[in-house]
Design a protein around this ligand. Sequence first.
Ligand code: NAD
Length: 245
Amino acid sequence: MSKTAIITGSSRGIGAAIALRLAEDGFNIALNDLNAGMFENNGIVYKCREFGVEAEIFCADVSVYDECESLVKAVKERFGTIDALINNAGITRDGLMARMPEEQYDSVIAVNQKSVFNMMKHTGNVMLRQKSGRIVNIASVAGLYGNPGQINYSASKAAVIGMTKTAAKELGSRGITCNAVAPGFIQTPMTDKLTDEQKSRMLEQVAMKRYGTVEEVAGVVSFLVSDSASYVTGQTIEISGGLSM
Ligand code: NAD
């Protein structure tokens, strides 16, 4: 029977690349984003189907607990099993801590951190009954090392790394693995917002002296959900071209 993967926030950027890569690997794909209009002009759903798998869009705001419960129920009803969960949805709302309004802090925590609890809880319950499953959380180097202007974002991503270890310990005995990846500077709409000065400052610290691609992140996720990674859990794999060693 075919396997199924849910990828949150997959209408563009890293999430879309992961969806395409897992479709290529043979997974049926449950695409997710805030609304269906976000998929209208990019053909992601059709591109996934070109690999001979099934692909559907499931709209939900993953920061909302009840919407995640409905999302997971709908995917289970449509595909029968949920074999991989990729918690990719994320936002940035950068600003220095001294001037950051409370709402700006809370909104990033809700989307980047609470969503991971929402989705791991509901999908984890399906995986526990199956006695198998793979979870990959998209963290960030900001969660490992901190980054000025990202007190909210780095808090959310550091939390995701801790949550990954807890989930790995709670779910491991039932054959479920949970790992995180921590991308560095990957070229996407999220990083296109940075100024040229911010970009060149980042590259100075990268051993490989170039940005990463979304396909390079998707490749590591593909490994973590594959049979080859069956004894890897609770780990955070940095994908940063050697940002900090
Ligand atoms: P992106 O902004 O291109 O894509 C993020 C997607 O998440 C968007 O499609 C957005 O609509 C969706 N999303 C936002 N809030 C949502 C919600 N509440 N419910 C459902 N979907 C929602 O960003 P990206 O660069 O592709 O980043 C993807 C992930 O990788 C994020 O978690 C980000 O923090 C992480 N990351 C990115 C980089 C990078 O350099 N681009 C580096 C480290 C980590």
